[in-house]
Design a protein around this ligand. Structure first.
Ligand SMILES: Cc1ncc(COP(=O)(O)O)c(C=O)c1O
Length: 400
């Protein structure tokens, strides 16, 4: 599909057509999976041209498996079209997309501002690796909005956002923050994994680089690891060069399966939101639950911003329980039949994990009188999921 066509087409139609060119593959609907390390050149001139393209940052041809294949480009093109970006960079996992994007714009002596309730391993990368290489890392409150400008220093180079935030699901005022950054020439990077491009398009709200754990909703089946960084034209070359220099790439079969999963992203997201809303509303009525953290709920503190900027919600949300003993908590979680206890999210199945937000903050306080959980609502019938949780609450009440 041509770029000018993509700009005028609805997201549902883009999901079907973006990143596909059957005419280039004998009419075959899906792109082939290129398994590749070596790429053969037909002449010295051809080889030299690809060297030049790589050096200039154009990265137009195919030179070596690590730099991507037509299968890689198909996924990158599709997600780029959905995000309204210029080009994307594929990495082996979401954390790779995060670290490549940060390293692309930071060097020793620079100052990084990063949201306090960011995805835990992103925090650890900044604290353990970037600090080691001389970057000053400062965490800021998720609800800071335009006041982010009060934290700017002459050496501030990057502001890193995630909205809603991990575990506690605060919605950030992304346009206010990106506007303040743009004014000062500061690069903004945002993790958009929760929303996927179906529910939020950060580049339209001023972001420069959008990172995704394609491991989650984009692939949608809990069977692969993959990351993507979708960039504006100005930011593409630094991210691509960094990912290339650091050796980040995706496996061919994982890329193909992500592309396959992407085609159903729209209908999956609609169903995730519908079921998550039903279950979140039900949880709000339960005495065992102190608070539900899901911006799609009208009484959530982030609801107004979510309504303003997002076009939907995913199936992931948090909750805090009323005070209970460790034994009661375990009695509930240990014997759930449908909700499985496991990390990650974005697949077809429902998952639940205990969370510990207080251990992952330094600039803001997090207090809850009972334990915290994170639920991913999958594609099962929500009535069955509610029954599973109801039996869990009964066990909790009867345990010591
Ligand atoms: C918000 C968010 N971003 C990024 C990642 C990292 O993705 P991956 O597991 O593919 O490295 C995760 C993983 O849980 C996540 O929750």
């Amino acid at each position: 599909m041509h770029d000018d066509q993509a700009a005028h087409i609805s997201v549902d139609t883009l999901l079907v057509h973006a990143g596909r060119n059957p005419a280039a593959h004998h009419g075959i609907v899906n792109p082939p999976v290129y398994h590749c390390s070596t790429v053969l050149f037909d002449s010295l001139a051809h080889l030299q041209q690809t060297r030049l393209d790589r050096a200039s940052g154009a990265f137009v041809g195919f030179t070596y498996g690590r730099e991507g294949t037509p299968t890689t480009r198909a996924l990158e093109d599709a997600v780029t079209a959905l995000e309204g970006g210029y080009r994307a960079v594929t990495t082996s996992c979401g954390l790779g997309a995060i670290s490549a994007s940060l390293m692309a714009f930071l060097r020793a002596g620079d100052h990084l501002l990063i949201v306090d309730s960011v995805y835990g391993p992103a925090r650890h990368f900044c604290e353990d690796i970037l600090r080691k290489f001389g970057v000053t890392v400062e965490f800021f409150a998720p609800l800071i909005g335009a006041d982010i400008a009060t934290l700017f220093r002459p050496e501030t180079r990057v502001v890193y956002l995630e909205s809603p935030c991990s575990l506690t699901f605060e919605v950030m005022d992304v346009p206010a923050i990106t506007a303040a950054c743009r004014h000062r020439g500061i690069t903004t990077i945002i993790d958009n994994t929760w929303a996927s491009p179906i529910c939020f398009r950060p580049i339209a709200h001023g972001a420069d680089v959008v990172v995704h754990a394609a491991t989650k909703y984009i692939s949608g089946h809990s069977d692969l690891m993959l990351g993507l960084a979708v960039c504006t034209e100005e930011k593409f070359i630094p991210v691509k060069k960094t990912a290339s220099a650091a050796g980040y790439c995706g496996g061919p079969d994982d890329i193909y399966m992500a592309l396959r999963g992407l085609r159903t992203l729209g209908i999956r997201m609609a169903r995730h939101q519908q079921s998550a809303t039903t279950i979140a509303q039900w949880l709000q009525t339960r005495p065992e639950i102190a608070r539900v953290m899901y911006p799609a709920l009208p009484n959530d503190p982030g609801h107004a911003l979510w309504l303003r900027d997002f076009t939907g919600a995913s199936g992931l949300f948090g909750a805090t329980l009323a005070p209970c003993s460790e034994g009661q908590f375990a009695a509930m979680l240990d014997h759930l039949a449908l909700f499985k206890l496991g990390y990650s999210w974005g697949g077809f199945e429902s998952l639940i994990v205990p969370t510990y937000p207080q251990t992952l903050r330094s600039a803001t306080a997090w207090q809850a009188s009972g334990p915290c959980i994170r639920l991913h609502i999958g594609l099962e019938d929500p009535a069955d999921l509610i029954a599973d949780l109801e039996r869990g609450f009964a066990r909790l009440r009867h345990a010591a």
